[in-house]
Design a binder for this molecule. Structure first.
Ligand SMILES: *Cc1c(COP(=O)(O)O)cnc(C)c1O
Length: 366
């Protein structure tokens, strides 16, 4: 690789963050590592391999992602968080011992048909998703009993786990349905069965001890970003995994009154030294980044000036005289947090991580 833009993925911090997730499990509870969307942009196979000694299971969004992990030799159970999309996936799921979510009556019907009329000989592990207020996926609380009883009656369904997902686990003062309301609705249903349960994503794990049930489903916290509006003491212990880095490829002085970049969005009010860094929106550095978005140059925090272009950004290095062509730039990582950058782009760290494009090589280190 000749271009300096790179996403350095630090695997020690990943394991460290997983252990924090594990410490937030109740006795006997387990944390399923969510590695969907290519491990939140970090590389699903590398992440799963790095966690293989710790994580008892993984979560992905679809069978394509699960098959990629199996092909790479990951042997642990893998939960398809949205289940299957077509009946054709069911034999594959059974062959590879994937666990499936069942979230709607149509999906349950398809499963029942497949289990009835094919030569299914091995049981399939099912998680039943209940909609307790997010209203995106899941059986309504009223439908859930019928679905649960039906699943319990199927000979080739095993290890049934009951789950729900929170809409507002990340917010201090949710305007919509709260975690406790959703948990209450969930418990009113789940308490009728003595089955394993799961409700907590990272935000709930970090902020709501009551939500820590048999299975936790940490995603973003494994990658070292905080899902919470108001970070907790646990969030402060998380270590960033991805360091998105590049280098300065040109510098110049501009006079007061001169502008930088497309649309001349930034105009200097004093003589300003500008560094051009080889990273842009085609790499996943958001074009929405505002003036003043933090960037570290040679370890010192400075700011973005001017619009983000496809392949480059411009940064103020007036106060970093030692910086020059070749100086290291960190866009997010240990010096500049992804959460901070996300706020400057009106988005969330999840979006930044998953948005890093394939032009940026991932380089793995400890
Ligand atoms: C993505 C996902 C998670 C992980 O969420 P984080 O906010 O990244 O911790 C947990 N559960 C389900 C169902 C998911 O789809």
């Amino acid at each position: 690789m000749y271009r300096p833009a790179v996403a350095n993925i630090h695997l020690h911090p990943l394991s460290h963050n997983y252990r924090i997730a594990q410490s937030l499990c109740p006795t006997g509870g387990q944390a399923l590592a969510v590695v969907k969307a290519d491990g939140y942009g970090h590389g699903a196979v590398a992440v799963a391999e790095a966690l293989a000694m710790d994580a008892p299971a993984y979560g992905v969004a679809c069978i394509e992602e699960a098959l990629e992990l199996r092909a790479a030799g990951i042997a642990a159970p893998i939960l398809l968080l949205e289940g299957f999309f077509t009946a054709d996936e069911i034999p594959l799921m059974i062959e590879h011992r994937f666990w499936t979510m069942i979230h709607c009556p149509e999906q349950l019907e398809t499963l029942v048909q497949q289990l009835n009329n094919s030569s299914v000989t091995r049981p399939i592990s099912v998680w039943l998703k209940v909609d307790t207020g997010m209203h995106r996926l899941g059986f309504s609380v009223e439908q859930a009993d019928t679905a649960c009883r039906q699943l319990l009656s199927l000979p080739n369904v095993s290890d049934l786990c009951l789950m729900t997902h929170f809409a507002n686990a990340d917010l201090e003062q949710p305007t919509g349905v709260s975690q406790s309301q959703q948990l209450q609705r969930f418990q009113a249903f789940a308490n009728k069965y003595s089955l394993p349960t799961s409700v907590a994503n990272s935000a709930a794990m970090l902020s709501y001890p009551n939500a820590r049930l048999n299975w936790q489903r940490p995603g973003i916290m494994l990658y070292g970003a905080s899902p919470l509006e108001k970070p907790s003491s646990f969030c402060q212990q998380l270590q960033p995994v991805m360091h998105l880095e590049s280098a300065v490829i040109a510098t110049r002085w501009i006079d007061s009154g001169e502008s930088v970049g497309y649309g001349s969005r930034f105009t200097a009010t004093q003589p300003t030294r500008v560094a051009t860094v080889a990273i842009g929106y085609a790499d996943g550095y958001p074009r929405q980044a505002r003036e003043g978005t933090p960037v570290a140059i040679d370890g010192k925090i400075t700011q973005l000036i001017g619009r983000v272009s496809m392949d480059m950004i411009t940064v103020d290095i007036t106060h970093i005289p030692e910086a020059g062509v070749g100086s290291k730039a960190q866009l997010w990582g240990d010096l500049v947090s992804a959460n901070q950058v996300a706020r400057c782009c009106d988005t969330i760290a999840y979006h930044l991580f998953t948005g890093v494009t394939k032009r940026v090589p991932r380089r793995y280190c400890l």
